[in-house]
Design a protein around this ligand. Structure first.
Ligand code: GLC
Length: 759
């Protein structure tokens, strides 16, 4: 047995001697046993230290320098407090470690503490490990969802996990499981859209990709499904603002993705900034213990969002002080406190006073330590090798997946008069607009990257067709800074070319064009904490589009953005429109391929496009009475519904087969024939919707129940088969119980409809 006598002389202490049992460092012992041995020796404060997460050192120093709001007051104290806690072994995890060197250095300091407990390093590696320098950047979630390609999404997350582990990270604050129901909200681009089934499946694929079968394997990370609950439909579309939702809407729309994450074995959950129905989520015991643990059987741990425990006092005003805030949060079910020095003290006092039981603390600490042992962090995996990381980060295989996902995520919104694809016989094209040569196409949560890793739309076009046609570029200021000269330049250059490609939209990137962190800059029109009261093209972009369109030179529009945009004029006037979302590091390659027809677009909208902010809420799974009446002026229906997306080929749907009668309790086989009736090979996403025609409570006019992504050569036909389960037919009755009601159901696929009777 590895028992060491630690002498006072070795520790430089005088007057006390104790035995320390380091046998938990022995990797041959079972992890559970190692946890027992270690916990036996931990003081209460050391245990609570495991629940304490800090922003990593370099990042914190920078925050202190930039005077970030939440650091006001005792800023330097924070850095000092972090280091003191680290040396005392009172930090369980960090977020946003800056480099491999920093990861190793922090682990080293932790190893020098009394019990040598390693740190879990956490980060938001949301579409690739993209807050870290030199990594693979995939399309953001809204684009991933547009691909409806679960296998590729899973693959992208598997790569993310690999790159995270190679750089010393263990815990990813991903996937986002919020359903986006308000396009004004800045975080729409981070979500998988408006449909709970799509979000649930994308979340499941992401958890699988990150965690694999066993998240403690050396290439995998702990996933964190975020956030509980309901931030996708906040009042006024503002981040942090209250959410007021019926129990029915919570259970039908917002909770299913969380349940799916739990069922997929997601090890951790993050709590939402907002309140739901008067209870801030961080103090909601019914949510964090009742639903999460008791209903869903969750056994992992939860984490607060950034300083949100503090906000129970500062903002929500349901706690008199920090100690009461900590009590409310831990009692409700918050396990890890994200960032800040005022946690260990209050929680230690609360346990000593008997207000929080030590068993409650032990539950969290046991789960976290078990992960650290199983991940090998006490032993062989504590440190990482920078040379090995170089072979993994953004390697050719990873970049190829980023490109494939970008290709599959692009949505052809409109294509009249065969505006697209553009002919490669054109003599000249102009690429213009504020996003033509912009890094904004990487999306939110990306920090500095080697510039050569990113292909902008302009570069993608130059690379693809630059040798055979003249590609000119009208330089342009950033979105909110467009000048008369910018517009005039584009107009003059448009007059001299065969065709114009206008690249407009939004900018969610946290960095400026020089890859400097510039969170607060005015040209950031979307992303976290960037809600808008309008969802139009920000700044003078529309004016610029109109001016160029007036020249009469044929024009197509490429949108780079994270939220649906109200672009009625564009939809009415421009024949060719592409929604590229934020397609990641190879986005410009994929956009160019779609523009010139090397790739046939196949993405479908995972979210509807309202005509204006005044049309919000707009989602396809609406109730039958939603559009019974119309707005007095202008059109009521959206520009494009969820599921919309064109192709350069045509698909014909026929022979929808559904049984006429179905006996209670049995499943329903459905099939359809899809044929490529055009001249090009293409991928099609086949959607299966149902409608419960008459029910005891109102149900949406259509609900997505399944989909299949298929590939068809010209003239090729495929029969696509689906099975509707009883669960698919269920509704929540007047008592919110899940029941299947007999009666008529309608099945809808590709414009065809058929009914069946459930006995
Ligand atoms: C933020 C975000 C959350 C993120 C966390 C850590 O406040 O709301 O999504 O995981 O900070 O970066």
């Amino acid at each position: 047995m590895n028992k060491f006598l630690v002498c006072t002389s070795m520790l430089g202490l005088v007057g006390s001697v104790w035995d320390q049992d380091f046998s938990y460092l022995d990797p041959t012992l079972p992890p559970e046993k190692r946890v027992d041995i270690l916990m036996e020796q931990m003081t209460l404060t050391e245990k609570i230290g495991q629940m304490n997460q800090y922003l990593a050192l370099e990042k914190m120093r920078r925050k202190v320098e930039t005077n970030a709001a939440e650091n006001t007051g005792n800023r330097n104290k924070k850095v000092a407090a972090m280091l003191a806690d680290l040396d005392a072994g009172l930090i369980g995890s960090t977020l946003f470690v800056n480099s491999i060197e920093e990861s190793n250095a922090l682990q080293k300091r932790a190893e020098q503490s009394r019990l040598k407990i390693p740190l879990l390093h956490a980060m938001d590696s949301i579409h690739g490990h993209c807050a870290f320098y030199g990594t693979t950047i995939f399309p953001t979630a809204i684009g991933q969802a547009s691909s409806f390609d679960l296998a590729l999404v899973e693959k992208s997350q598997e790569i993310t996990a690999k790159e995270m582990r190679a750089t010393g990270y263990h815990w990813n604050f991903w996937p986002y499981m919020s359903v986006a129901r308000d396009a004004r909200w800045g975080r729409v681009g981070e979500t998988f859209g408006e449909d709970p089934l799509v979000v649930s499946r994308m979340v499941t694929a992401s958890v699988k990709g990150l965690q694999g079968d066993d998240y403690t394997d050396k290439d995998r990370v702990i996933a964190c499904a975020k956030v509980l609950l309901g931030d996708g439909q906040s009042i006024n579309g503002l981040n942090f603002a209250p959410t007021d939702l019926s129990e029915r809407t919570l259970r039908e729309i917002f909770l299913p993705p969380g349940k799916a994450a739990g069922d997929a074995g997601c090890r951790t959950f993050m709590v939402a900034h907002n309140e739901v129905n008067g209870i801030p989520c961080h103090a909601d015991r019914r949510l964090l213990t009742g639903i999460l643990r008791e209903e869903w059987g969750f056994e992992g741990y939860t984490i607060s969002d950034w300083m949100d425990v503090e906000r129970l006092n500062w903002i929500h005003k349901i706690a008199h002080d920090q100690k009461e805030a900590v009590f409310l949060a831990v009692y409700a079910g918050v396990d890890v406190h994200m960032h800040g020095p005022d946690f260990i003290g209050p929680l230690t006092e609360l346990v000593e006073e008997g207000k929080i039981s030590e068993d409650r603390i032990d539950r969290t600490v046991r789960a976290m330590l078990l992960d650290k042992f199983r991940m090998g962090l006490f032993n062989e995996n504590r440190y990482v090798d920078p040379a090995a990381a170089e072979r993994v980060l953004a390697n050719a295989e990873h970049r190829a997946v980023a490109l494939e996902l970008a290709r599959n995520s692009i949505v052809l919104l409109k294509n009249n008069n065969q505006a697209l694809p553009l002919s490669k016989q054109l003599k000249s094209v102009l690429v213009a607009g504020p996003l033509a040569d912009s890094n904004a196409l990487v999306g939110d949560w990306v920090y500095a990257q080697p510039p050569e890793n990113i292909t902008t739309v302009l570069a993608g076009i130059q690379n693809l067709v630059g040798a055979q046609m003249k590609v000119s570029y009208a330089s342009c200021s950033e979105i909110m800074d467009i000048t008369d000269e910018d517009i005039e330049r584009a107009v003059q250059q448009a007059k001299e070319v065969d065709s114009v490609i206008m690249v407009v939209g939004g900018n969610d990137a946290r960095v400026d064009e020089d890859w400097k962190t510039a969170d607060g800059r005015r040209n950031r029109t979307g992303g976290e904490n960037r809600a808008r009261s309008e969802i139009n093209l920000a700044g003078r972009q529309l004016e610029m589009l109109k001016a160029v369109w007036e020249t009469g030179t044929p024009m197509v529009v490429v949108l780079i953005n994270g939220r649906p945009l109200s672009i009625e004029w564009v939809a009415d006037h421009v024949d060719g429109i592409i929604e590229a979302w934020q397609p990641g590091m190879n986005g410009g390659v994929a956009v160019a391929e779609v523009l010139f027809g090397d790739v046939n677009p196949s993405g479908k909208l995972p979210i509807s496009f309202p005509r204006s902010a005044g049309h919000i809420q707009t989602f396809y799974n609406h109730k039958p009475s939603t559009y019974y009446r119309e707005y007095k002026f202008g059109k009521t229906q959206p520009l494009w519904w969820f599921g919309h997306g064109l192709s350069y080929t045509t698909f014909k749907y026929s022979r929808l087969k559904v049984p006429q009668q179905v006996t209670a309790g049995s499943s329903v086989p459905v099939s359809i024939v899809v044929e490529n009736t055009g001249t090009r090979s293409g991928d099609e996403v086949v959607f299966l919707y149902i409608n419960d025609m008459i029910s005891s409570v109102t149900t949406p006019v259509k609900l997505l129940k399944d989909w299949a992504r298929i590939q068809l050569e010209p003239g090729e036909k495929k029969t696509v088969e689906f099975t509707l389960t009883q669960e698919d037919l269920a509704l929540l009755d007047i008592n919110l119980e899940s029941v299947v009601e007999p009666g008529v159901f309608e099945v809808m696929i590709g414009g065809l409809k058929k009914e069946f009777v459930l006995e």
